[in-house]
Ligand binder design. Structure first.
Ligand SMILES: Cc1cc2nc3c(=O)[nH]c(=O)nc-3n(C[C@H](O)[C@H](O)[C@H](O)COP(=O)(O)OP(=O)(O)OC[C@H]3O[C@@H](n4cnc5c(N)ncnc54)[C@H](O)[C@@H]3O)c2cc1C
Length: 501
């Protein structure tokens, strides 16, 4: 399916090869690819020929396929493309639902197509995207075909390309149990399964963001439903009520996100990851008493936390290993050897996470190709764990020729995540803070102020300015600390974490 956004793009034919040639090609129309594309319009001439390709049928990336009751963790104004405003009047703290996010992201294509000549090719797979030598010098080559039709493969050239195919994210499968007497489902099937099985107890496997969403969605559908959480080592959530306060409190309380990153980066010395998580639990989380052992940057309000706690029939702080049928009915087994009988027909929802779950690491890709024609926003050589933020900053730096040699760090998010999740938290905080400070040094304030994803924008301007001054004043010392942390991570875990040269 070819679809054109507002204007038809006529790609130039490359004189010798006869292949279609674009000024820019972007692979991936998720929030990262869209932020990169939007940033690129600052540098491309008006009417430049731009191709946007995605396997999905519409823009929005994973927000097209995530479970239907997912909501943003952060207030909606801070999840956007560039500084595009949401086209509605809702309270700033409103957490947008899946279809609202998808629709907002899609709406960014209109203003982009006013600046460049944009061809969108949804429902197309990019088989290969690499820098190649042509008679016109180094260019990016894309080999693309309609989904499921590799025979219709064709190759196009672009002066530059951005490859933003998301982190290694896959939709979860239902967990496989020995029992034939319980239902094992994924979040996508929750609401229908609840309707079809009105009295069945629900077991939520996994205490992260998806688990919390699932508990709240189940209770919203039926407040009296019995819900049990099986939450492994437990997950801490950053306290949204405290860190994103509303009304007048924005002037006098809370803490800017940049300060939170600095705090995490400072608490981490490159070796004390378990203490860091302990620090987060005690000082930043919604439940300091819970003894939860992980943290994955999820946000939760105190109210949501209270709703979850009061709605749960039971919490099992252990890892589920199997559900087995015996003469008396199904029995739930855990890693620590506990056995709990569960009613026949119970619903088990797999909320154990969707990132970096494949058996093997995803394909390694350097963030910048050899001749700087291709920018890749993937997990193996990452600029920021939030691909949205990476899309904004790296694309500006890419077009300005300031990504290499300016002290920015990139790291292998996926490798470290698989090796040690707690060290991953410390390292990603140090990297996020370091790269933010470096960007502040070289990018104009007017440009930084157009990053709608910046969570500091929650706070009034005077507080943000004070934070910027403090960031600049302490830059040298903070950067030195973050570098030490990231170098130590590279050594300890034999992983890629280094300056982009
Ligand atoms: C359940 C869930 C909830 C989340 N909630 C939040 C939240 O509240 N706030 C937040 O900031 N982040 C959240 N995240 C993180 C999320 O990953 C980001 O918000 C963001 O949407 C990721 O954007 P992306 O563009 O990097 O990747 P994606 O959204 O995955 O987009 C990548 C796109 O590339 C396309 N693509 C991939 N390979 C190819 C190919 N070979 N050819 C063509 N196209 C291809 C895909 O079809 C996809 O559309 C959440 C993640 C999950 C899984």
């Amino acid at each position: 399916m070819d679809s054109n956004t507002s204007k038809q793009t006529e790609p130039l034919k490359n004189e010798r090869s006869g292949r279609a040639t674009y000024d820019l090609a972007v692979v991936g129309a998720g929030v990262a690819g869209l932020n990169a594309l939007n940033a690129a319009t600052d540098y491309l001439p008006r009417g430049a020929r731009v191709l946007l390709v995605d396997q999905k049928d519409a823009a929005g990336g994973m927000w097209n396929t995530a479970y239907d009751y997912v909501r943003l963790h952060q207030p909606h104004p801070m999840f956007t493309v560039g500084d595009l405003r949401w086209n509605w009047r809702k309270p700033r703290q409103y957490l947008a639902a899946r279809d609202e996010v998808r629709s907002h992201l899609s709406s960014s294509l209109g203003p982009i197509a006013d600046k460049v000549s944009l061809l969108t090719q949804f429902g197309h797979t990019v088989e290969r995207c690499a820098e190649v030598e042509t008679t016109n010098g180094a260019m990016a080559e894309l080999v693309i075909h309609p989904n499921g039709n590799p025979n219709q493969q064709r190759s196009i050239l672009a002066k530059r390309a951005v490859y933003a195919t998301g982190l290694n994210y896959s939709l979860a499968d239902p967990l496989v149990f020995s029992s034939q007497k319980v239902l094992s489902i994924v979040p996508q099937d929750l609401l229908q399964t609840l309707k079809d099985n009105p009295d069945a107890p629900v077991f939520v496997i996994g205490g992260g963001k998806t688990g919390m969403d699932t508990i709240l969605a189940t209770l919203a559908a039926e407040a009296k439903r019995s819900v049990t959480l099986i939450n492994g080592g437990g997950t801490n959530f950053l306290n949204r009520t405290r860190y994103l306060p509303t009304g007048l409190k924005r002037w006098i309380s809370g803490q800017l996100a940049s300060r939170v990153f600095k705090e995490l980066a400072t608490e981490f010395n490159g070796e004390n990851e378990d203490q860091l998580i302990e620090y987060i639990r005690l000082n930043l989380s919604t439940d300091p008493d819970a003894k939860s052992r992980t943290f994955l940057y999820g946000l939760q309000s105190q109210e949501e936390h209270a709703q979850v706690q009061s709605g749960l029939a039971n919490t099992i702080s252990d890892y589920l290993t199997d559900v087995v049928d015996n003469a008396g009915g199904p029995i739930l087994f855990t890693r620590n050897g506990t056995e709990t009988p569960v009613p026949t027909g119970s619903i088990f929802v797999n909320c154990t996470g969707s990132f970096f779950r494949s058996e093997t690491l995803s394909e390694p890709r350097e963030i910048l190709s050899e001749n700087n024609k291709m920018l890749s926003l993937t997990s193996r050589d990452s600029f920021h764990f939030l691909t949205s933020v990476a899309g904004f900053f790296t694309c500006h730096l890419f077009f300005r020729g300031q990504l290499r040699g300016y002290g920015f760090y990139t790291m292998d998010l996926e490798d470290l995540f698989r090796k040690n999740r707690n060290a991953w938290v410390g390292a990603t905080a140090a990297q996020a803070y370091l790269n933010q400070v470096m960007a502040l040094k070289i990018l104009p304030l007017t440009l930084l102020n157009r990053c709608g994803l910046d969570m500091d924008r929650w706070y009034p301007l005077p507080r943000r300015l004070a934070a910027l001054v403090s960031m600049k004043r302490n830059a040298e010392c903070d950067v030195a600390h973050c570098r030490k942390v990231l170098d130590s991570i590279a050594r300890r875990f034999e992983t890629h974490s280094k300056q982009l040269t």
